[in-house]
Structures are given as structure tokens and as C-alpha cells.
Design a protein around this ligand. Structure first.
Ligand SMILES: [Zn+2]
Length: 288
């Protein structure tokens, strides 16, 4: 099996095992290195993902080279995924460059427009053996000032959407949000179970995984979540460790400055991979 494989392959294996795959955003060589080390120690597949901002920052060729090199050094297969692809053109550029999975985020569009856009991306992606994640409902931001509000996913719509688009994975809105949570997080597990029952052959994706307790993640996975996205906690750990490293020393050697930050991210990545990869039996034991 090629080391960079489609995310559908990983998600189907996770479904069979009653597990989820940790989808870890990376932003630079250091965060990628952290995820690579975490995956190696855990001996689990991961999904490496970048947003459009990271593509603007590193460039597609650099990202592909780095991710393929990381995958080559791992025993378990890895996917490279576009997180929150905003347009057909961006998804096409990523597919062309060698991404093995793309998200097309039409969640701010009408149902019909979201379906049409997602279906176009699925047609292109599947012809290249690439998996597609769509989003229905809308996962908003944890920012009170934001007008970008939550719109929870309806199970009937999910069934129609999957039917009409042929997506490989579906991001659902059940109460999570991007960024830091303020106060207690409430997830609508009843809704999640209904969606899972409505689209039993489509792996479900949870965005806004940062800041969710192991108990919440366990329950979400037990209810059908097969991919959990983590970004905010990783960025936060990296930046805090760099700040501490710079303020405690005048050392200008970047290898030493970044070392504690890589370790900090690796530790979080390992713990997220561990939670996601618990098998069903361990999950029941944990939650009972
Ligand atoms: Zn997201």
C-alpha cells in the first residue's frame, strides 16, 4: 500500500475496529515532525492535514514533499488531507499536487448549492482515487464576536446529501466549534446517533476536537465519529513552548529553541491518537 493513502481506506478500517483516526493539522516542519514521532510511537495511522492558510504559507510542493517523507518513515499508512477547502479550484490544485483526501466546505451555502459543489469535487477526486469530506450543518467558531453561528446537522438532510454527492466522509455539527471552548461543552449525542443511523456507510467527522475531554471523545466515537480534527490545542502548545523557550534563554539556535515545542506538540498528538484508537471494548470499559 502506498504510504500516502486515501482517507477512505483509513476511515473504513477505523469503522471496522470501532475506532477513529486522529486528524492532526500541521503548520510547519516542526509540527509535522511532532505528529510523525507521535504516530511512530503509537503505531497508528493518522491523517495529516493542512488548511488553505498553511498552503499559502508553505506552498503545495513543500507540503507534499514533507508529508510524503514523513509517511515514508512510518509503518502505518497516512493520508494527506485538505482541511476546509473553500472552492473547487483549491480542491483541484490539491488533488493535482498529490493530496489523497480533500474537504470541500460548502456548509455556508444553501443545501442545493452545497450538494452541487460537493458533487463536482467528488467527481474530480474519485477519478484520481482521492477521498472527499463534505460538511452539512455548520460548525462555527468559539468566538463570541463571530456571526458565524452553529447550524446543527439534520439526519434527513444527511441522508439526502450523502446520496446526492457520494462523499466519503461527512463533517457534522453536533455542538462542537473551532477554537477554545468557554465553559462546559455540550454535544448532542442523540442527534449524532440519528445521523449515523441515517448514513450507516459514511464515516462521520468531528471538527473542533481541541478541548474536548476524553470522555466526550469516547462517547462521540462510540456513536459513530470516525475522524476527529485537532488544531487549536496543537498550535497553542507549540506557541507557548516557543515563548517559554525564548524568554528563558538568549540562545539563537533554532534547533534548540524549537525542540521543547516539538516535544509539547508530540505529547498532545500522542494522547489524541491514543484516545481515538482505543478499540470498542476499551471504550466501553472507559465509559462504564
Ligand atoms: Zn474544522
Amino acid at each position: 500500500m502506498p504510504k500516502l493513502c486515501s482517507s477512505r481506506t483509513l476511515l473504513d478500517a477505523a469503522t471496522r475496529g470501532g475506532k477513529a483516526i486522529a486528524a492532526l493539522n500541521f503548520y510547519n516542519a516542526e509540527t509535522l515532525l511532532a505528529h510523525m514521532r507521535a504516530a511512530r510511537v503509537s503505531r497508528e495511522s493518522i491523517i495529516l492535514q493542512t488548511t488553505e492558510s498553511t498552503i499559502d504559507y508553505l506552498g503545495l510542493r513543500m507540503i507534499l514533499g514533507m508529508a510524503a517523507a514523513a509517511a515514508d518513515q512510518l509503518e502505518e499508512p497516512v493520508a494527506l488531507h485538505l482541511d476546509h477547502g473553500s472552492s473547487y479550484e483549491l480542491a483541484a490544485r490539491c488533488i493535482d499536487a498529490g493530496y489523497t483526501s480533500v474537504m470541500i466546505d460548502g456548509s455556508k451555502l444553501s443545501f442545493a448549492d452545497n450538494c452541487a459543489l460537493t458533487r463536482r469535487v467528488v467527481e474530480l477526486a474519485h477519478s484520481a482515487g482521492v477521498s472527499v469530506e463534505g460538511e452539512l450543518g455548520h460548525v462555527g467558531e468559539n468566538d463570541a464576536a463571530s456571526e458565524d453561528s452553529q447550524l446543527l446537522t439534520e439526519s434527513d438532510d444527511a441522508a439526502r446529501f450523502v446520496n446526492e454527492t457520494g462523499v466519503d466522509a461527512l463533517a457534522v455539527a453536533i455542538g462542537t466549534a473551532h477554537g477554545f471552548y468557554k465553559g462546559e461543552v455540550r454535544l448532542d449525542f442523540g442527534r449524532l446517533k440519528e445521523i449515523n443511523a441515517a448514513v450507516p456507510n459514511t464515516p462521520l467527522v468531528l471538527h473542533g476536537g481541541s478541548g474536548l475531554s476524553a470522555e466526550l471523545l469516547d462517547e462521540a466515537i462510540a456513536c459513530g465519529i470516525r475522524k476527529v480534527n485537532f488544531g487549536t490545542e496543537l498550535k497553542n502548545a507549540f506557541t507557548k513552548a516557543v515563548k517559554a523557550s525564548l524568554s528563558s534563554s538568549d540562545d539563537i539556535d533554532l534547533r534548540r529553541t524549537f525542540a521543547p515545542a516539538i516535544s509539547a506538540v508530540e505529547e498532545i498528538s500522542r494522547s489524541k491518537i491514543r484516545i481515538c484508537s482505543r478499540v470498542a471494548y476499551e471504550r466501553q470499559t472507559f465509559s462504564s
